[in-house]
Design a protein around this ligand. Structure first.
Ligand code: ADP
Ligand code: MG
Length: 254
């Protein structure tokens, strides 16, 4: 993963720029005037009550959801409806979901090779080599021949992270990656995420793991009802939250 670190830094251009983003689901105004700039190498934790728009926000960044107003730029590429632009952006962005989203009928190794071969047009042998490298990084190479259903949740999530890393993303989006896991498996996934953070990966993590936020986040963002209510470095955020809504939320989860 070391090649995914600061060496890719090619200037001061922000990794992600979101300006006045607004989105509706039908009549429902789900994201309201979101402004967010993420620098290369920055680690952001997004928290907030269920239904506040956290998933929708990060899904807009790789166009898993379309927005109606505002601008999103990823690595300087302006998101439009143009499929070429969308693909250009998606190549830079890795995503890890709450429910892993591995292909159940493919082995761990095949899960990690599929997009390398069919999207990146890499020779299968090369794809397998880098898949094994990333599976080793998340300490699961010994399970490469198994199917997802034969693994624990924590193992599946580590495979999902390896699969995303195989695409050499510039930024990783995590949507509650530990929420579906039994408590004893949360740490093994967080450990991998902490390691990625220390290697300089740009990360946006929706999570309620406040220990993780305190350890690695440069900034914690609190969302409620489709808006960014408050953002601050973890120490300020946890010790001195400004908004009443943030205080209430923290009192409920800490
Ligand atoms: P969070 O991740 O913070 O829990 P979401 O972004 O998933 O919030 O959802 C924000 C709001 O948008 C919720 O009220 C949810 O019910 C609604 N929502 C999410 N996805 C859709 C959809 N595809 N169609 C309509 N409403 C949706
Ligand atoms: Mg969500």
């Amino acid at each position: 993963m070391s090649e995914a670190t600061a060496s890719k830094d090619n200037g001061t251009e922000p990794m992600i720029e979101i300006q006045q983003l607004n989105k509706w689901y039908g009549d429902f105004h789900v994201l309201r005037d979101i402004d967010l700039t993420v620098k290369r190498g920055e680690r952001i934790v997004i928290c907030g009550p269920s239904g506040s728009g956290k998933s929708t926000l990060i899904r807009c960044i790789n166009h898993l959801e379309a927005h109606q107003q505002g601008d999103i730029l990823v690595g300087g590429v302006h998101m439009t409806q143009d499929i070429k632009r969308i693909e250009q952006i998606r190549r830079q962005v890795g995503m890890v979901f709450q429910h892993f989203n591995l292909f159940p009928h493919l082995t761990v190794l095949e899960n990690c090779c599929l997009a390398q071969v069919w999207v990146q047009r890499q020779p299968r042998r090369e794809a397998e080599k880098s898949a094994m490298k990333y599976l080793e990084r998340v300490q699961i190479a010994d399970q490469a021949k198994k199917y997802p259903g034969q693994l624990s949740g924590g193992q599946q999530q580590r495979v999902a992270i390896a699969r995303a890393l195989c695409m050499r993303p510039e930024v990783m989006l995590f949507d509650e990656p530990t929420s579906a896991l039994d408590p004893e498996m949360i740490k093994e996934v967080l450990d991998v995420m902490v390691e990625l953070a220390h290697e300089g990966m740009t990360m946006l993590c929706v999570t309620h793991e406040m220990g993780f936020a305190k350890t690695v986040a440069d900034r914690v963002i609190f969302m409620d009802q489709g808006q960014i209510i408050e953002q601050a470095p973890p120490e300020t955020f946890f010790n001195n939250p400004q908004s009443e809504r943030t205080q209430l939320f923290l009192s409920q989860i800490l």
